[in-house]
Design a protein around this ligand. Structure first.
Ligand code: AMP
Ligand code: ZN
Length: 508
């Protein structure tokens, strides 16, 4: 397995600290608003990494945090707490807001087929661990207090601060300074070095925060954002980990700070052996984000009749280190590819003989297998791995062999191919046709045989039966509804129930 490591700026051979066991920490969501497609791309790629490692035989402990306190509007330790600010806007309390958007996060992840982490941990449940870490740093003389503001980490006391940006500390500093010059944020008064960051914050007079805890510096205080990841990784994975993931936006500040404080406490280097950073999802040339208000959620995708798994396929079509530009046209292309793949898999399943086969008896299959896994295990080149899937679809190998191969590929791709049913495909085709994502020919080629009929075009006897059945369904009398569906079938009409009482009616 090969992975690009931001720390060395090169693709490296992957080696674990412990035999066959991977300690992986992933920066999780800040749960102050709806999870959008930009987030989804990041977590699909984390999921792909975990699935690829597991397929390669590693046991993976995947820890992912939930940021529900301390993440300020600016990464530079100024501004309001994102959670507190949004809670006010929604007229709710911070905790309720956090739970609501944490639920939405996992709801979105489940739809995309993202496996749940081995452990999901909330910052607000780890206040003690965070405080302990700040106290340890204070004991080592690496912190200072700015009255009325917070406890800061003195980055000038660390020789290799910013090494994730550049091994040369002077060059790293130049990058960090240039970044700060571009920002129109208030400077922190009393900060000794511009790169120093808050470990612990104190409530400001009149701020009236909802989330506060007592600390040696103030009765009403709270942890800074960066400390949570260090404290939770330390508690749940130990002093050194194998892989740390996050967006490229985290390299300069959040991850540089995590490294500085963790290595200062543990005295061990490196904190993480590999740093895996994914690039962003863009919309019309700009990063998809809440602040630019250019974001879509998974519900926007579903409302437009796209399958969440088609979105997952779209993400897999680009490499995680490249920017990806989201357009509805690109999702339309992915939906078509997904529908074709679904039809292919269902056809294979019907023609399967369930024979016991050895893949090694089929050189063509072995080649596809090797090409696919070489691609994903080479820094997660999913874009290349998918070309092997298209090749497989055009192959004339035995259907049992192909089915076995595609099912194994899907352990990594996570497109949910094993759970497909004829009915789910027909429904997707119907919805896609209704919303003009596909045309009649495309739908028919994939098995949606007849043209859809309008209720008003049908003989009145049939209309009556359909109306009766709809009423029975509304009354939850499903026996009656099923009987009426059978009667309609005898008369030559087939019904397919869509969402919101919508029906698709076809002549058989
Ligand atoms: P946040 O909830 O803002 O803390 O972000 C959680 C994760 O989502 C971070 O790793 C970000 O890098 C990532 N993220 C946010 N917006 C995007 C985007 N447009 N494309 C890809 N990843 C993103
Ligand atoms: Zn983090």
């Amino acid at each position: 397995m090969k992975l690009y490591n931001t720390a060395s700026r090169s693709v490296e051979e992957f080696q674990t600290l412990e035999d066959n066991f991977v300690k992986l920490y992933a920066c999780g969501p800040t749960v102050y608003d709806y999870t959008h497609l930009g987030h989804l791309r990041k977590y699909v790629l984390d999921d792909l990494l975990v699935r690829t490692l597991r397929h390669a035989g590693y046991e993976v402990k995947h820890v992912q945090n939930v940021t529900d306190v301390g993440h300020l509007v600016s990464d530079d330790d100024v501004g309001e707490d994102k959670l507190e600010k949004e809670a006010k806007k929604y007229g709710t309390d911070a905790e309720a807001l956090a739970r609501r958007f944490e639920d939405y996060f996992f709801y979105s992840m489940d739809l995309l087929g993202v496996l749940r982490p081995s452990l999901s941990c909330r910052a607000s449940d780890h206040i003690h661990a965070q405080l302990e870490m700040v106290l340890a740093l204070e004991k080592k003389g690496l912190t200072y207090l700015i009255e009325g503001d917070g406890v800061y980490f003195d980055t000038s006391k660390i020789d290799d601060y910013g090494k994730l940006i550049n091994q040369d500390p002077d060059l790293a500093k130049q990058v960090l300074m240039a970044q700060r010059e571009g920002e129109r944020v208030d400077k922190v008064v009393g900060r000794k070095n511009p790169t120093d960051f808050a470990l612990w914050k104190l409530e400001r007079p009149g701020e009236n925060r909802q989330m506060v805890w007592p600390s040696p510096w103030c009765e009403r205080s709270f942890p800074g954002w960066h400390i949570e990841c260090s404290a939770m990784a330390l508690e749940h994975l130990g002093e050194q980990i194998d892989i740390h993931t996050g967006g490229i936006d985290h390299i300069n500040i959040h991850h540089s700070n995590e490294i500085a404080q963790t290595e200062a406490v543990t005295g061990k280097k490196p904190f993480s052996r590999y740093w895996v950073h994914h690039n962003h999802l863009f919309v019309e040339g700009k990063k998809m984000s809440k602040s630019l208000n250019n974001f879509y959620t998974i519900d926007d995708v579903i409302e437009r009749a796209f399958s969440p798994k088609a979105l997952r396929l779209l993400f897999l079509m680009s490499h995680y280190r490249s920017e990806q530009n989201f357009t509805w046209d690109s999702l339309q292309a992915a939906q078509k590819a997904y529908l074709k793949l679904a039809r292919f898999v269902l056809n294979l399943r019907t023609s399967k003989r369930n024979s016991e086969l050895e893949l090694s008896d089929f050189p063509g299959a072995m080649q596809l297998h090797q090409d696919f896994f070489t691609s994903v295990e080479n820094d997660l080149k999913t874009n290349e791995a998918l070309t092997i899937v298209w090749e497989l679809m055009a192959s004339d190998l035995d259907s049992d062999v192909l089915y076995r191969l595609i099912m194994e590929f899907d352990q990594v791709l996570g497109l949910g191919l094993a759970g497909l049913t004829e009915e789910s495909l027909l429904k997707s085709l119907q919805k896609s046709l209704d919303k003009k994502i596909i045309d009649q020919d495309f739908a028919q080629n994939l098995g949606l045989k007849q043209e859809v009929l309008q209720l008003t075009d049908l003989p009145s006897l049939i209309q009556d039966l359909i109306k009766k059945r709809q009423q029975a369904r509304r009354d939850q009398d499903f026996t009656e509804a099923d009987q009426l569906r059978e009667q309609l079938k005898e008369q030559g009409y087939e019904l397919l129930d869509l969402e919101d009482e919508q029906l698709s009616i076809r002549k058989i």
